[in-house]
Every structure is written in structure tokens, then in C-alpha cells.
Design a protein around this ligand. Structure first.
Ligand code: GUN
Length: 304
């Protein structure tokens, strides 16, 4: 079994991004600027956003954190989004999910200008991703593709089983791995809570993406020998031995599955770290106007 080391790979990518930022500075260009909106005081969301902001500082990006109260109205939130859409100093921004129940998440995501949507959640970016048109790819799936690529894992013709159909991970990664190209050209099965005989599906898989959000759900008896196992889960489980009172647990029973898998990502130290660097890569692309020219905005790009 080989460990797919998200810590090592994400550090490599951070170094590459930091070097690019230096180059931009030397050319007299401004450094990429990411903004994040955080609504409410959910502990996990606060931790994720802090780690995104800290990572920006580490690679030399500017960052702005906009913290809003959990009882903010939807219209007030949309006003903040509009300000960021129209603020030329900001290259890209994210609205950390989930949002409080009284806010319509879809409406919020629709209001983010696609050219600043570095999370890649806007329907324009999802549509472009699906059609293989250059765009921001959602950070977690992008991180999965990157780790497969850097470990040179063969994907063509492989049977990939994705467990979980969330808009953030399961759905986009199933599209990406089925696309033409590398990593891709997989035969993909997207499994979810209504799937019958899930074990039959996972046992046929060369690549398993576990993204259902259930701690230690995937066991060795559900995995074919030598399979590539990607664990997207990050659940906080109580642990009195930890100072924080909890530990992070993945969707894969690591000790069990690692005896059978060919490759496996750990939690922590796997896809979570890849997600953060993917957001940085998207922000760098936004600053370099790689996918959308600011002046053309919604028009079809000249160079595509
Ligand atoms: N919540 C969980 N994952 C993500 C993510 O990648 N982006 C945002 N904005 N919210 C999330």
C-alpha cells in the first residue's frame, strides 16, 4: 500500500504558487487577492476559513475575511456579495457553506459573478466544467485530480465508484473523472443513499471516492485488493484525549482498508489540504484572468 500524501503534495504546490507570486511582484503586478465571507459561528466552518486565510498569507496572497452574524438577512448577504463582485481589488471570493437555514444557498451562489467564483459553484462554472471549457473547478474535486496526477495514477478505462452526490464533491468529481483526458476517461458509477447493494458496486471499483460524510463508513470487505481509495470525509468525533475535545475522522476506516488498498489518502493529511491549495490555484488563475477576461465578463472569450 502506498500513502497518497496530501501534506507533501500540497506543500509542493504551495511552493510553486509562492514562486509565481514572487514573479508577479517582480514584474510590478499586484498580488492575488482572495476574500471569504463567513456567516455565523459554526466551529468547523470557522476552522476551514481560518486555514484558507492563513494559507493565503503563506503564499504571499492578500486576503480579506468578512464575518457576518448568523441572523443576517439574505438581502444583506447579497449586498455584501454585490460589493465584492464590483470591487476591482478582489480577484476572487468564496462564501463558506453551509449557510444558515433561512438563507437560500442556491440564490446566493447564483449572485456570485462567475469570473470571481473561485469555488467553482456557480452554474456557469459547473456548466463549463461539464463541457470541458476552461473554468474554476470546485476545490475538493480539483485537489483529488491533482493528487491522482502527481502520483501518476492510471485512470483511463478504470471503474471509479463515487459514494455521495453532493454538489461540492460527489457530483463534480463524477463528471470530471468521466471527462476525456487525464485524469479522466474513467467509467464512473455515482452511488448515494438510495443505491442498492453498495458493497457490490464498491467491490468492482478500481478507484473509490468516499464523500458521504459518515465516519469510517468504508471497510476493507467493501474494497477490491489494490484499489485506489480517496477519502474526502472530515467528521469531528469526540475524543477526550485531545486538547480540542475532538479528532478528525474520514469516511474510510483507514486501519482496516489500508491493509487491502493499493493507494490510500489519510485523514488528516490527505484531501483536506489539497482542497485548500486548489482554492489558492483558482485564485491565482483569477488574478491572471486565465478563464474570464474582466472586460468581456459573460461573453465568450476571444481565446477559446
Ligand atoms: N464547505 C465545505 N467545503 C466547502 C468549500 O470547498 N467551499 C465553500 N465555500 N464551503 C465549503
Amino acid at each position: 500500500m502506498q500513502l497518497l500524501d496530501g501534506k507533501k503534495i500540497s506543500q509542493e504546490i504551495r511552493n510553486e504558487i509562492a514562486a509565481e507570486v514572487k514573479k508577479l511582484k517582480n514584474k510590478g503586478k499586484k498580488v492575488p487577492h482572495l476574500a471569504a465571507i463567513l456567516v455565523g459561528d459554526d466551529g468547523a466552518s470557522q476552522a476551514y476559513v481560518s486555514s484558507k486565510v492563513k494559507s493565503c498569507q503563506e503564499v504571499g496572497f492578500r486576503s480579506s475575511l468578512i464575518k457576518l452574524k448568523k441572523d443576517i438577512t439574505q438581502n444583506e448577504l447579497l449586498t455584501h456579495i454585490n460589493l465584492l463582485n464590483n470591487d476591482d481589488s478582489i480577484d476572487g471570493f468564496i462564501v463558506q457553506l453551509p449557510l444558515p437555514k433561512h438563507i437560500n444557498e442556491q440564490k446566493v451562489l447564483l449572485c456570485i459573478a462567475p469570473e470571481k467564483d473561485v469555488d467553482g459553484f456557480h452554474p456557469v462554472n459547473i456548466g463549463r466544467m461539464t463541457l470541458n471549457i476552461p473554468c474554476y473547478i470546485p476545490a475538493t474535486p480539483k485537489g483529488i485530480l491533482e493528487i491522482l496526477k502527481r502520483y501518476k495514477i492510471e485512470t483511463e478505462g478504470k471503474h471509479c465508484v463515487v459514494i455521495g452526490r453532493s454538489n461540492i464533491v460527489g457530483l463534480p468529481i463524477s463528471i470530471l473523472l468521466a471527462r476525456k483526458g487525464y485524469p479522466g476517461n474513467c467509467t464512473v458509477t455515482l452511488c448515494h443513499s438510495k443505491t442498492e447493494n453498495l458493497k457490490e458496486e464498491t467491490l468492482r471499483a478500481d478507484i473509490i471516492i468516499a464523500a458521504l460524510g459518515k465516519s469510517e463508513f468504508l471497510k476493507a470487505n467493501m474494497v477490491k485488493k489494490g484499489a485506489v481509495v480517496i477519502d474526502v470525509g472530515i467528521t469531528r468525533v469526540e475524543d477526550e484525549t485531545k486538547k480540542s475535545g475532538y479528532r478528525l475522522s474520514g469516511d474510510v476506516d483507514f486501519d482496516d482498508v489500508s491493509k487491502k488498498a493499493g493507494y490510500i489518502t489519510p485523514v488528516p493529511g490527505g484531501i483536506g489540504l489539497m482542497t485548500v491549495v486548489s482554492l489558492l490555484q483558482n485564485t491565482l488563475s483569477a488574478a491572471k484572468e486565465e478563464f474570464y477576461k474582466k472586460t468581456l465578463s459573460f461573453n465568450v472569450e476571444e481565446d477559446f
